[in-house]
Design a protein around this ligand. Sequence first.
Ligand code: NI
Length: 177
Amino acid sequence: MGHPVLRRQARAVDNPRDPELRRLVNDMIETMIDANGAGLAAPQVHESVRVVVFQAPGERADPGLSAEEAFDHTADLTVLINPVIEVLSPAVEGGWEGCLSVPGLRGFVERPAHIRYSGIDLEGRTVSRVARGFHARVVQHECDHLDGILYPQRMRDLSKLIFESEARHLRAEEDEA
Ligand code: NI
């Protein structure tokens, strides 16, 4: 957070079949898995291009606050180039997010719960899907990186920006509620 590459508009990809792009995507996938993340955007590895990768199963409970929680890396992997998001319903949903570029923190972010996203893959084929819930959240979080936006900028209540190490207190409060 604070590096200029994370604050700028990333440029569109001209040639999805470029071998350099394939190398970048492989690097991104490796970084995402190492960091135990659900997704990653190219600016996070200091490449200002419109590429995101993510593994989002159709159904998943709120990612919650558990730093130890392992992400399911058997879920379908998507490489999305030049993504476009269309919000399908005005309803928003809150959920906790973390980000490799904002280490050690979690924040509660409200986002549209029902979207369509489209783009192309590494073969230049069109990808177009409708997503809800956690899947929709991951895609929006990653695509925000391409426009220089980190999740704290999407937060409405900064009292819900917390250290991962303190998340257990919130869990206890939620259990009491
Ligand atoms: Ni992120």
